[in-house]
Design a protein around this ligand. Structure first.
Ligand code: NAD
Length: 496
């Protein structure tokens, strides 16, 4: 067992202020700060400022005033685009530092921040992409049946004050996927990042402030879901809530916002199936699915292909390949380039993952590898070894519910119909994957699978490509044109 520390990296990083950003100023948190404990080392790396209900009220008041009377929604589009593009430039300029803060936040291995969606290049591109949408979201004109009304047309207007609430696992990317389109649309924003990953969001707030955004246009409050998130969601002056996080919290937010007919979009969890057919490149399929589950964030990703549906002809080959892949996970200091896998975000979450594995074994699954702490790993940290459960029954909890950890269930199927039935028999519908060389089958299955995204022999997330879930994985889309429409209302004008 080796001792590890991230304190030397902490000393070299540019840390953001441990304060809240409200109405263009950095203010002290009004409640007791929360120590931010690094998940790999157990060291305190930051004191997360905590807002109380009155600070949330101040932030919403500022955002409301900036929307109702401030320059941002009224600004000529190309001027607003200049500010959004400037934010992208500042992120790009600070990329190395942001990547360091990310690893200090949630222990993303530094060997992985080079992957496009993991590091700072992606959020910079998201801001750039939405700067480009500002002059491209246009309405339509309509033929009129009444000759006394010669022209009818539609226009888009910003929905108003947007509250954006994000989780800890991809705090930079998810922040950008909400804040960039909201600002581009002309909304004003109150952001509440996860209390478990405060550093990158506070640093992004600093960069947004540096881009000379008008006071009150962007505000950021940190602290726990209750009371900070609940106060924000419950404030009737907030027109739109955009939430990424767990299904349970999302359901509560949808009820609270729905009760006042507020707008809401939800990006929630998944239990995504990977369908592997006999003609697939099994090595490639396992590389993608097990790579996502065992390396990087160790399966703490919403799009993790956590249900491997393998055709019986390749079932043994798939099980062997996945079990062998587990050895690619190495644990320790996230800044060590040889480390490939993150710990669970908290001791509580690690215990939840281990409990789920035990429950699966009681429900009849067989353990092929893993199931506990990694052998020979660091003395500290919330690490869980890559775990493969085989002969899993698709109706058991482990196959139905998101685990959010390095746990793959392998389930056999006999034919295409059974594969589709098993894949769709789940409450979630985020990101399915099909591995086959038969493009006819790929297109057929893409139509049959109930998921917001279907990857055929690949997976990707890009700023201009819409992303989101169906069923209990969410409501709405992020990225591309649908992403900015989430922050716009359509108005129809009849000229008579
Ligand atoms: P979480 O639901 O516990 O928390 C998410 C955010 O909501 C945090 O900022 C938290 O403080 C806040 N929050 C908690 N309770 C709240 C309340 N009652 N009212 C308002 N805000 C509240 O989720 P998490 O553990 O941070 O993230 C993991 C979850 O996020 C997983 O389910 C994962 O699948 C999901 N996720 C989804 C996507 C996607 O794009 N679909 C992406 C990443 C993560």
């Amino acid at each position: 067992m080796t001792a590890i520390s991230v304190l030397n990296k902490l000393a070299t990083a540019t840390l953001p202020p441990a304060r809240l950003f409200v109405n263009g100023s950095w203010i002290e948190g009004s409640a007791e700060p929360i120590p931010h404990i690094h998940p790999a080392t157990g060291e305190r790396v930051f004191n997360t400022p905590v807002a109380d209900v009155s600070t949330v009220d101040e932030a919403v008041t500022a955002a409301r005033a900036a929307f109702d009377d401030g320059p941002w929604p009224r600004m000529v589009g190309r001027e607003r685009a200049r500010v959004v593009r400037r934010i992208a430039e500042l992120i790009r300029h600070d990329a190395d530092n942001l990547n360091t803060l990310l690893s200090l936040d949630n222990s993303t291995p530094s060997s992985f921040v080079g992957f496009y969606q993991m590091g700072a290049e992606y959020p910079a591109d998201v801001f750039d992409s939405y700067a480009g949408w500002i002059d491209k979201v246009t309405g339509e004109t309509y033929p009129q049946w009444d000759p006394s009304q010669p022209v009818t047309y539609s226009t888009y207007e910003p929905v108003g004050v947007a509250a954006v609430i994000t989780p800890w696992n991809a705090p930079m990317s998810l922040f950008a996927q909400k804040v960039a389109p909201a600002l581009a649309a002309g909304c004003t924003v109150v952001a509440k990042p996860s209390e478990l990953s405060p550093l990158v969001s506070l640093r992004l707030a600093e960069l947004i402030a540096e881009a000379d955004i008008p006071p009150g246009t962007f505000n950021l409050v940190t602290g726990p879901g209750d009371p900070v998130g609940t106060a924000l969601v419950g404030d009737a002056r907030v027109d739109k809530v955009s939430f990424t996080g767990s299904r349970t919290v999302g359901a509560g937010i949808a009820s609270a916002v729905g009760a006042r007919i507020g707008r809401v979009s939800l990006e929630l969890g998944g239990k995504s199936p990977a369908l592997i057919f006999p003609d697939a490149d099994v090595g490639m399929a396992v590389g993608i699915a097990a790579g996502n589950a065992f390396l990087g964030l160790s399966g703490q990703v919403c799009v993790c292909q956590s249900r491997i549906l393998a055709h019986r002809d390749v079932y043994e080959e798939v099980v062997n390949a996945i079990t062998g892949f587990a050895a690619a996970a190495t644990f320790g200091d996230p800044f060590d380039p040889g480390v490939t896998a993150a710990p669970m975000i908290s001791p509580q979450h690690r215990d939840r993952v281990l409990d789920r594995i035990e429950a699966a074994l009681r429900d009849g699954a067989r353990l092929a590898v893993g199931g506990g702490r990694p052998e020979g790993g660091p003395a500290t940290g919330n690490f869980v070894a890559p775990t493969v459960l085989v002969d899993v029954d698709n109706s058991t909890t482990v196959a139905r519910e998101e685990i959010f950890g390095p746990v793959l269930c392998v389930i056999p199927f006999d034919d295409e119909d059974e594969a589709v039935r098993l894949a769709n028999d789940n409450p979630y519908g985020l990101a399915a994957a099909v591995y086959t060389k038969d493009m006819g089958r790929a297109i057929r299955l893409s139509r049959a699978l109930r998921a917001g995204n279907v990857g055929v022999n690949c997976w990707t997330l890009q700023p201009h490509i819409p992303f989101g879930g169906v069923k209990q994985s969410g409501i709405g889309r992020e990225n591309g044109r649908p992403g900015i429409l989430e922050y716009l209302d359509m108005k129809t004008t009849f000229l008579g």
